[in-house]
Design a protein around this ligand. Structure first.
Ligand SMILES: Cc1ncc(COP(=O)(O)O)c(C=O)c1O
Length: 464
């Protein structure tokens, strides 16, 4: 510590050597009587140079600003409070104001994840209730309740809970009888689960382009991609935006196609006043931890058809006959959700409107604080639709710079999905992808979590 002491009246070269001697980049300044009269950090030193001082100039009392110090004997909490979340070094002096020690605290900027579950209210209570009931596998009151309440939320009659959103799509495809030789139309901009489920069913995916404005599947392209083998369309309400379901349902009716809505990213979104999930033959949801509501891992198929509901329940449970235990009519799967997951889901569902409103407010706050930077084109909202905010989705020509800046400041951001058609495992299924290729490369998702420091984000990006 002695090496980092420096006297008023020394020249700046000596001061610089003192600052340079210690890893914490700070010199303690004493007067002729060894009393502490100031501190100079490497930042303060830069400012002295910028103010016109040279290395041979002397450090004067008036060059020293206010500083925070502590008295011998102050405890950790008092010292921590004095750092005020920004000061790293606090000198400690004795009763004669002589430096005897210093307190060092490194402030880390908090990591801001791109999404996080809100589990504060009833989640633990219901989870413990399910746990104590000993119904911890796939039977129990929370399963029935979650299926009932979630399908009601979607304005659909039946819900079949599954172990995740990917198997929900697969279950829907199999229940609709889609298999080898059948073509299924999927959008190019989606998470891989959509196309993987088609491949699990041994059907052939056909990748079509998206609308450049909504980023959802382009109805005109669906129509062009239809062949005699086409059996189904999977519109994906990507990033909270409802697909143009009126046009899609008209096309499906005209060509006698099944529709499975992939609603994994759009719980509560509406198209012309109607909830997503209630248009197609079956709709699927995901309750992964980053989704609008979560069960940890989890998913659900919803449908208005009693017959499809029965088929999916059976297929979800190994294809076992409901009447004759251990008798299997079909080769089914174990795609069941546990009562523990459903317990969390019930609690999440109680606050889904609150989550959606909070996310809407987050979107407004981003626009308020970042719009003036002219860096972002925000996801569009259509008046007759209810877009839900899952992540804060936008496009920007400076995506790589924005991502690098935010990531290095401990703020998690996500680029849009790669186009399915760009990946060698899927590229052979391409029908059209002109718009998707562009949007996928400029699309970006910003965090939608509590306590976002919008002003800090704005200042981090201000000179881009
Ligand atoms: C569009 C889309 N479909 C399907 C899934 C699959 O859901 P899960 O992760 O629950 O299997 C996801 C999410 O991850 C998704 O974003």
């Amino acid at each position: 510590m002695n090496k980092s002491k420096c006297k008023v009246g020394s020249n700046l070269r000596v001061l610089l050597e003192a600052i340079n001697e210690v890893p914490y980049g700070t010199a303690f300044i004493e007067d002729g009587n060894n009393k502490l009269v100031g501190i100079v950090t490497d930042g303060d030193f830069r400012r002295l140079l910028l103010n016109g001082k040279g290395l041979e100039d002397l450090l004067l009392q008036e060059d020293l600003g206010d500083f925070v110090s502590a008295k011998e004997g102050e405890n950790f909490d008092e010292l921590l409070k004095k750092t005020n979340n920004k000061i790293n070094i606090i000198p400690i002096v004795n009763s004669s104001n002589e430096l005897i020690d210093y307190f060092e605290f490194k402030h880390k900027t908090k990591f801001t994840p791109v999404a996080e579950p809100t589990l504060e209210n009833k989640e633990l209570e219901y989870l413990l209730d399910a746990f104590s009931s000993t119904w911890i596998s796939s039977r129990g009151k929370y399963i029935d309740r979650f299926e009932e309440e979630f399908s009601e939320f979607c304005n659909v009659k039946h819900g079949v809970a599954t172990s995740n959103g990917t198997v929900a799509i697969h279950l829907a495809l199999v229940a609709l009888g889609i298999g080898p030789g059948d073509e299924v139309i999927v959008p190019d901009l989606t998470f891989a689960a959509t196309i993987n489920a088609v491949l699990y069913a041994n059907a052939t995916p056909v990748i079509v382009d998206i609308d450049p404005i909504t980023w959802t599947i382009f109805p005109e392209e669906i129509e062009k991609a239809i062949t005699s083998k086409t059996k189904a369309i999977i519109p994906v309400h990507v990033y909270g935006q409802a697909c143009e379901m009126d046009k899609i349902m008209d096309i499906a009716q005209k060509h006698n196609l099944k529709v499975i809505e992939d609603c994994a990213e759009a719980h509560g979104a509406e198209f012309k006043g109607q909830r997503v999930g209630s248009f197609g033959d079956i709709a699927t949801f995901s309750f992964f931890a980053n989704k609008i509501i979560t069960t940890g891992e989890g998913g659900m198929c919803v449908t208005n058809s009693k017959e499809l509901d029965t088929t999916m329940r059976k297929l979800r449970d190994h294809g076992m006959s409901k009447e004759k235990r251990y008798w299997h009519d079909d080769i089914g799967f174990n795609y069941r959700m546990t009562n523990l997951q459903a317990a969390i889901g019930c609690a999440q569902l109680e606050k889904i409107e609150w989550i959606l409103d909070r996310n809407d407010q987050i979107e407004k706050d981003y626009i308020k604080h970042l719009d003036h930077l002219n860096l972002f084109q925000w996801q569009k909202t259509y008046r007759q639709n209810r877009k839900v905010v899952w992540l804060m989705s936008c496009t920007t020509d400076k995506r790589e710079q924005v991502m690098a800046r935010l990531t290095s400041n401990n703020i998690d951001v996500r680029p849009f999905f790669y186009c399915l058609s760009e990946m060698p495992v899927y590229s052979k299924y391409l029908f059209s992808n002109k718009n998707a290729l562009i949007i996928s490369k400029i699309g970006l998702n910003l965090p939608t979590v509590k306590d976002i420091d919008y002003k800090r984000i704005a200042s981090i990006l201000s000179d881009l």
